[in-house]
Design a protein around this ligand. Structure first.
Ligand code: MN
Length: 306
């Protein structure tokens, strides 16, 4: 039975409280429960104040068999940030643009005097699986799409990532890039010609993050968006331009994080559950305590404030 824990982003204190609240006991540098395991949904680093502590807890639990730890887009981005781009213009697979340095800044600072340890963690990031599935549940950092997940499976996405895999997955335009991008960062949809909106960081954008678990035919651009939506058109979505077909109601429950939900945790659907409630922005660190049920229950969320 798994306790699925959402994005932590260096907030080790609420993580420790959450584990104790759920009956885990401190064991060495990690925590252990006699009957349960944690399934961490990814995004352990960046933003928060205790990145080293967070990594130590998650890694210890994973290595001791007390947890499964998935890859988040922040761990994947860290790998690309540090791997050299051997083709083209040089630099790194993830260019050292100011916005990318800014996103990664708290982690770089945390490891400033711990170079060797950081290289060791980067090696560990490569073993984090890109998704998880057993007979009772599915989990991925941002988006479950059967076709893309099957492609990742065939491409070795749940084995230790090789440098070749990472290099190929970082090149826009190929199938591996699309599959990794969608699993770790979700789905975006282009707005109709002429429309833009400002995201919460005041960037002008033409693509919206969408509710990939819903079928687009039942929505318009405004109601299908996960972000600020006031300026979005209420026109029907062009189904030729949106391949998403929603998450079936008879499918296994699926868990994900990534989306900065707000407020008190709510199930998205009876088999769709987000466990990211913005701990890195004054929100909650959230877990869902799964006992194998195929229809999820609202009362099985547990959470801690920062
Ligand atoms: Mn994320």
């Amino acid at each position: 039975m798994y306790d699925i824990i959402g994005d932590i982003h260096g907030h080790a204190e609420p993580l420790k409280r959450l584990l104790l609240k759920m009956g885990y006991e401190k064991k060495g540098d990690g925590y252990r429960h006699s009957e349960r395991k944690v399934l961490f949904i990814g995004d352990y680093i960046d933003r928060g104040p205790q990145i080293l502590d967070t990594l130590q807890i998650v890694r210890t639990m994973q290595e001791e068999g007390d947890a499964i730890a998935l890859m988040g887009n922040h761990e994947y981005n860290a790998l690309c940030f540090h791997l050299p781009n051997k083709s083209g213009d040089g630099g790194h697979l993830r260019p050292h643009l100011l916005k990318n340095i800014d996103q990664h800044y708290e982690t770089l600072k945390a490891f400033k005097t711990e170079q060797k340890l950081y290289l060791d963690y980067l090696e560990w990031f490569k073993v984090l699986p890109l998704y998880f599935e057993d007979d009772k549940l599915r989990a991925v950092h941002a988006c479950w799409d059967d076709e893309r997940i099957n492609f990742l499976k065939s491409a070795g996405g749940n084995e230790k990532l090789t440098e070749d895999f990472i290099v190929r997955s970082a090149q826009k335009g190929n199938k591996l890039y699309a599959a990794v991008d969608q699993a770790l960062k979700g789905v975006e949809l282009n707005l109709p010609e002429g429309y833009t909106f400002k995201d919460h960081e005041h960037n002008i954008r033409k693509e919206i993050r969408i509710k990939w678990w819903e079928h687009p035919a039942n929505f318009n651009y405004r109601t299908y968006s996960l972000g600020p939506s006031d300026s979005l058109p209420e026109t029907a979505i062009d189904l030729n331009k949106c391949q998403v077909r929603g998450y079936g109601q008879s499918e296994k429950p699926v868990f994900f994080g990534h989306y900065w939900f707000r407020g008190i945790p709510q199930l998205v659907k009876q088999n769709v559950c987000c466990v990211d409630y913005s701990v890195a922005d004054g929100g909650l660190l959230v877990a869902y305590r799964h006992d194998g049920e195929q229809l999820l229950h609202q009362e099985k969320f547990v959470y801690e404030r920062v």
